[in-house]
Unconditional design. Structure first.
Length: 584
């Protein structure tokens, strides 16, 4: 409040100055008006008194009198219209040279004024001036005895008193006016300043981000409109801010959850943003101290990226550990001061691995098919070129080989078809409730001849009372058991022991096929389910294997919520355990 530049102080100063100016003008007009009025009245009454008749009288009196000056003085003093009161207005009788002959006051001399000079020249001197300190009138009275000058001099004490009075009134009203002004200024400022102060507090709150306060609109004037507009502005600002905030939350959620890594750098090359995916892909802690050079200095030059024009971007690759990353870099604003470089990181490890697997798979398929095809071709050519020279026995043997190889190709193609159906989810399964025990018995019966051919002892150990009910595709499950049993037969040297058992294990049913065959080296165990993976390729091929059996078995069991586990000691034997959920 005490500050000079506060609105209230300014208002007080302005109003006081205003009243001062007003009173000065009014005072000046009043005082000069009073003076003028008094002077005009003086000369009007003089004019009325000094009529031609009166002047003639004066002359007559002067001529008849023994002491004309005294007589004239008495006569004039007796003239009440002239208002000779000695104190302020006096009458003097002078001779034509301006010498005082008689006077109503004690003064024996008077100043030679313009009016007096006129009278000395025989004219009535009645000029007036507001600024003069006196008012006077000089009338020459020409007689035979000589010329007398009647001189009336007013020292203006009355008008000075009056103007003094007026001045006092003006000053008093000025003082009162100033006092009223100050009070008014305070009241006015209260009316004006209170809403402005509320607005000030409001703006401060809005600036601090608090939009909850709604200012009360108490008037319909400009300040009321301003307050209303302020409330509107705060509302719009709040909704805009909420929108922006929503947008930001959306973007930051996207930024945080996106699978691609994103990092952003300031024009100085310092990290300004990064998301969890980027931290994970780059396998290091990221913080604002990290620079572009540290992370991607080997792959790209920061200045070159900054110089790129939209929509150009720079693409490169980076290896982090066993990850392969694809990097896309671009400047993200044209204004360098607010821009920087954005790097989007795409993890292509899996994609590359899949590409590799696909390539290997195609190579494997080609290789697997080429071998039997070569055999078929060479045997067929031999038969053709030898013609009738080839003994019947040989020809039949060759034809047998051709049929065998054709069978093998058919098996491979069939297995591949089955796998591709699994891959595309097109495998049709007919789920029924059946007895796993019967299925195992069925498979063993079918495999028995093959086992006997290899002089294996195939024993079957099954629970007597339990049918081992299973819900699934019987044909497919039998295919899995068959594959496992036939593997045991294939990979066990002749005269081996193969034991097939089945039973319950809690909520699951199991089929366990154990052999005392060649076994599997530990390092190969994790790869057995890969397509075309075989420990000993020659042996597998020789025994008619495709290297796809266990892959198919695993796919089938997955669809039945089952599993397969292989335990083996190289050179001693293998245990393959299939597990399936039991039907209710
Ligand atoms: P294959 O058609 O070659 O038998 P599988 O997918 O059925 O293909 O088996 C993959 C590989 O696992 C086989 O080539 C073999 O090396 C190994 N294998 C499977 N079962 C046995 C087993 N009982 N004893 C030893 N090795 C086995």
């Amino acid at each position: 409040m005490g500050r000079v530049n506060s609105l209230r102080t300014k208002l007080v100063i302005i109003m006081v100055l205003l009243i001062l100016a007003l009173m000065a003008v009014v005072g000046a007009f009043l005082i000069s008006g009073v003076s003028r009025f008094y002077i005009d009245r003086f000369y009007d009454s003089m004019e009325q008194t000094f009529s031609q008749d009166f002047q003639r009288n004066l002359r007559a009196v002067a001529e008849e009198s023994d002491d004309p000056p005294a007589q004239l003085k008495e006569m004039l003093m007796a003239q009440s219209d002239l208002g000779i009161d000695i104190a302020t207005r006096n009458v003097y009788i002078l001779d034509e040279n301006g010498k005082v002959l008689a006077s109503s006051s004690d003064e024996t001399e008077v100043a030679t004024t313009n009016n007096l000079l006129s009278a000395m020249n025989g004219e009535v001197g009645e000029g007036s001036s507001v600024s003069a300190r006196y008012m006077d009138l000089a009338v020459p009275v020409e007689t035979a005895k000589g010329t007398y000058i009647v001189y009336i001099l007013d020292n203006r004490a009355t008008v000075d008193d009056l103007t003094g009075e007026v001045l006092t009134i003006v000053l008093r009203s000025l003082a009162l006016g100033v006092a009223i002004c100050i009070v008014l200024a305070f009241l006015l400022s209260r009316i004006l300043i209170t809403p402005i102060r509320a607005l000030t507090i409001g703006t401060r709150q809005v600036a601090a981000g608090d939009f909850s306060q709604k200012l009360e609109v108490s008037s319909h004037d400009e300040i009321g409109t301003l307050t209303r507009n302020f409330n509107d502005m705060a509302r719009v600002l709040q909704s805009t801010l909420t929108e922006v905030e929503n947008e930001r939350t959306k973007l930051s959620t996207l930024f945080l959850t996106m699978t691609d890594g994103v990092t952003a750098f300031s024009p100085a090359g310092r990290m300004i943003h990064y998301n969890p995916a980027a931290t994970q892909m780059l396998s290091r802690n990221l913080d604002p101290a990290v620079t572009f050079g540290e992370l991607f200095g080997e792959e790209a030059n920061f200045a070159d990226i900054m110089a790129l024009k939209r929509p150009d971007f720079f693409e490169c690759e980076k290896h982090v550990g066993d990850r392969e990353l694809e990097l896309f870099m671009a400047p993200f604003a044209t204004e360098q001061a607010h821009g920087g470089v954005l790097v989007v990181i795409h993890d292509v490890t899996e994609q590359r691995r899949n590409d590799q697997t696909r390539r290997e798979f195609v190579a494997n398929v080609s290789h697997e098919l080429r071998t039997p095809l070569t055999n078929v071709k060479s045997y067929a050519e031999t038969i053709i070129s030898s013609g009738s020279d080839l003994p019947e026995e040989m020809r039949n043997k060759f034809l047998g080989v051709i049929v065998n190889e054709a069978d093998r190709m058919t098996r491979i193609v069939q297995d591949l078809l089955t796998l591709s159906k699994f891959d595309y989810g097109k495998m049709e399964m007919t789920f029924t409730r059946f007895s796993l025990k019967e299925a195992v018995q069925h498979v063993c019966e079918a495999e028995r001849i093959d086992a006997e051919n290899h002089r294996h002892t195939l024993t079957l150990a099954l629970d007597e009372g339990d049918e081992l009910p299973v819900s699934g595709d019987q044909e497919r499950i039998e295919q899995v058991v068959m594959n496992v049993v036939s593997n045991a037969i294939k990979y066990t040297p002749d005269g081996g022991k193969i034991r097939v058992s089945a039973g319950r294990d809690g909520k699951n049913l199991f089929v366990l096929v154990s052999d005392n065959g060649i076994g599997i080296p530990e390092k190969d165990l994790p790869h057995l389910y890969e397509r075309f993976y075989r420990v000993d390729k020659a042996r597998s091929r020789q025994s008619g294997g495709t290297g796809l059996g266990l892959s198919i078995a695993q796919e089938i069991l997955n669809l039945h919520n089952g599993s397969i586990r292989i335990e083996s000691v190289f050179g001693e034997g293998t245990d393959v355990r299939l597990s399936l959920p039991a039907a209710e």
